[in-house]
Design a protein around this ligand. Structure first.
Ligand code: GTP
Ligand code: MG
Length: 444
């Protein structure tokens, strides 16, 4: 095994074209082939990348998992009891002794109950968010509001953490699954349930459950489940669908099908340990006609629900929350803030095509700069030429003027010479003439 691994490493080295003197076989390979060709050795035997899932697993285990579920539904359907059942503890110890006139302890505010669970070295921080039951008021129209707000504020906190400079310690408090409790009426969904689910399904993975399933017979439950599913479909409510993948073994496929067939889960909650007629100690509810066992799959779907949440689909629930629900919410939020996403930014580009594109852009930029420089140069030349021409004209004009002046002086001198030669003296009082001479003398 070690040998084949070593040969694979050699293969890598020759692939990189880095000659390694310590490896004679490699030197030979390098000599026998042209430098440009890429040598691909077939990797034989065990390389070790099949250990990748274990590496990912180790990393996740080190970091631990965060999972948050929420329970929603009408008051008194056993939401708090189910949470206690899930954690196998009495998180809400009954306030003993209850005053005789007092009601059972109702949930009055949205509360989170968390627990760090460790199993086979895997750490899970499980949080369940308990919400106050609705339906007690005359007008229940807006009772979904605080719940949706709570879900969105968790998205907000996640977004805020994502935008921080240091994102290494993001705490994921987003709700990954929402158990929606349906009253075991045996009829169909109530208007308030439809309204609630429609408000919730775009923000959270909805998992419908039939509360207090021990109050219905098996046949009633089967019929009720079908009616609920038909209603959900009719009202276009999206509930969490357990995904199935190809290439999965039969056992996993069977488990997935089994879980899917139980939705909506018919659950029974109880944290009481009771004794069955055959002497076993179980968590359940005692009736004059027998004991309903919470952890018995023949009696209710509690085990399947827990299996779905914690064992089979936790990662899928987390993924769908992050990739679809949170992403949609984020987009909606940014659009409402006026930020428009440029889809081109997320377009996948081929690096070679991108380099080519950049080169074309760069060349265009250079050509533009060159044209601009040429234009500026030409402009400067023209300006200079115009200036030169102007000064030439000025020079020419001056030259002409001087020439004329000289010509005039010469004429005058010649005139003088002629007069002297003819014996005509210069007129002493020739004012106009002297004026001119004076002018001439002054100028020189
Ligand atoms: P709110 O906090 O008001 O929303 O109620 P809740 O949904 O949290 O209900 P809670 O857990 O307080 O339970 C209400 C009553 O129903 C209690 O008396 C429970 O003992 C009882 N109960 C809970 N689960 C079940 C169940 O599965 N079957 C039956 N028959 N009774 C249940
Ligand atoms: Mg409660």
């Amino acid at each position: 095994m070690t040998d084949s691994y070593a040969s694979s490493r050699n293969g890598d080295a020759s692939y990189n074209g880095v000659p390694n003197g310590s490896s004679p076989s490699l030197a030979q390979t390098a000599q026998s082939s042209p430098m440009t060709s890429v040598i691909r050795k077939k990797l034989m035997g065990f390389v070790g990348f099949s250990n990748l899932p274990n590496q990912v697993h180790r990393k996740s285990v080190r970091k631990g998992f965060q999972f948050t579920a929420m329970v929603v539904g009408e008051s008194g359907l056993g939401k708090s009891t189910l949470i206690n059942t899930l954690f196998n503890t009495t998180l809400y110890p009954p306030k003993e002794p209850l005053p005789p006139a007092a009601d059972r302890p109702k949930t009055v505010a949205i509360e989170s109950i968390g627990a760090d669970i460790e199993e086979n070295g895997v750490r899970l921080h499980l949080t369940v968010v308990d919400t106050p039951g609705f339906g007690d008021f005359v007008n229940n129209d807006d009772s979904w509001k605080p719940i949706v707000e709570n879900i969105e504020s968790r998205f907000d906190s996640y977004l805020e953490q994502e935008n921080r400079v240091n994102r290494s310690k993001i705490v994921d408090n987003r709700v990954h699954a929402c158990l929606y409790f349906i009253q075991p009426t045996g009829h169909s969904l109530k208007q308030i349930d439809i309204e609630f689910m429609r408000r919730l399904h775009t923000r959270v993975n909805l998992i419908p459950v039939i509360a207090k399933a021990d109050t219905m017979t098996d046949e009633e439950i089967i019929e009720f489940k079908q009616r609920i599913l038909a209603d959900i479909q009719y009202h276009n409510i999206h509930i969490f669908q357990a995904p199935t993948y190809e290439n999965e073994d039969e056992e996993t496929l069977a488990e997935a099908a089994e879980i899917a067939s139980k939705i909506p889960f018919a659950v029974v909650g109880s944290n009481q340990v009771v004794e069955t007629p055959d002497g076993r100690q179980v968590r359940g509810r005692v009736y004059p006609w027998g004991v309903v066992e919470v952890d018995n799959e023949e009696h209710c779907d509690f085990v399947k629900l827990r299996q779905m949440l914690v064992r089979t689909y936790m990662e899928e629930l987390r993924e769908y929350t992050n990739d679809v629900l949170y992403e949609n919410w984020r987009t909606e939020k940014l659009v409402s803030m006026g930020v428009i996403q440029d889809p081109a930014v997320f377009k996948e580009t081929n690096p070679a095509a991108r380099m080519q594109e950049e080169r074309v852009l760069h060349e265009a930029k250079l050509a533009k700069m060159e044209a601009e420089m040429k234009m500026v140069f030409q402009q400067k030349v023209q300006e200079k030429e115009a200036k030169l021409k102007q000064s030439e004209e000025e020079l020419y004009a001056r030259h002409k003027e001087m020439k004329e002046t000289l010509e005039k002086q010469r004429n005058e001198l010649e005139e003088k010479k002629r007069r002297i030669e003819q014996g005509r003296p210069l007129t002493p009082d020739g004012k106009s003439g002297t004026g001119r001479k004076k002018g001439f003398l002054q100028r020189t």
